[in-house]
Design a protein around this ligand. Structure first.
Ligand SMILES: [Fe+2]
Length: 245
């Protein structure tokens, strides 16, 4: 089933990037609709796998938390697509793994930030900080468990530092939300840490692909490091677009 999803999503991806933004609305809207339907099915599939792993009803090499992580990423994605469609908030914070879970998350597409009133932009900034601090903290933790013992120790240590730093920023985001102050400082720290994490991931990817990493290989596929690098670049773009007034 996972393979089938990969094949279908890959086709959808190719069609999407081949469609110019100037295409007729009906084509764009259909693409969005198809994406929502397909990714919603993928979310259900990921959720089933997560539950099976957690309850020891399924065995796999992926940690359950990683499956939950990719489910949250998919939920955030569909949340933004649905928000762009009807302006409705369809994902609770809990579903996206954010603190203060009962409320609906904003999931505003980043291209619309410049239209938001400052109070709403504040909430968007907090939620995206929470979401991506958690995401990158989990990425770093997964890396720290996947480097080879002893021979890649310094890589593991650095990954653990990133995990802890992002975890702290996640807690800090909650604090900023509670007090309503220090948002700019929070965003600056997120930016600084994310530049460093991006550089670290870029270096790892380069060392893996040229076999210069100690022993020449790692216990995780290069594509995973690439996923993490792309996701941190995406977060930096979000931070750039949040212009705190
Ligand atoms: Fe991820």
């Amino acid at each position: 089933m996972a393979d089938q999803f990969a094949i279908e999503l890959d086709k959808l991806y190719s069609r999407t990037i081949a469609t110019p933004p100037t295409a007729p609305d009906v084509i764009l809207f259909n693409l969005r609709e198809e994406t929502i339907v397909m990714v919603n099915q993928l979310i259900m599939f990921k959720n089933e796998i997560f539950k099976a792993l957690e309850a020891c009803k399924g065995l796999g090499i992926l940690p359950a938390i990683l499956v939950d992580h990719v489910r949250r990423e998919a939920d955030r994605f569909v949340g933004t697509l649905e928000r762009s469609k009807t302006n409705q908030q369809t994902r609770t914070r809990e579903r996206l793994g954010l603190m203060d879970g009962g409320r609906f998350a904003q999931t505003v597409p980043r291209l619309l930030y410049n239209r938001l009133p400052s109070e709403q932009l504040f909430t968007v900034a907090i939620e995206e900080s929470m979401f991506f601090s958690r995401t990158h903290s989990e990425h770093a933790e997964h890396l720290s468990m996947s480097f080879r013992p002893e021979v890649q120790e310094s890589y593991r240590q650095t990954a653990i530092r990133f995990k802890n730093d992002y975890q702290n920023l996640m807690l800090q985001a909650k604090e900023v939300e509670n007090t309503g102050t220090q948002l700019r400082a929070l965003l600056d720290e997120n930016r600084k840490l994310s530049f460093a994490f991006r550089d670290y991931l870029t270096r790892i990817l380069d060392e893996i692909s040229t076999c210069r990493i100690p022993t020449g290989q790692t216990n995780f596929p290069p594509l995973l490091a690439d996923h993490m690098r792309r996701e941190v670049i995406y977060f930096i773009d979000i931070l750039d677009r949040i212009q705190v007034r």
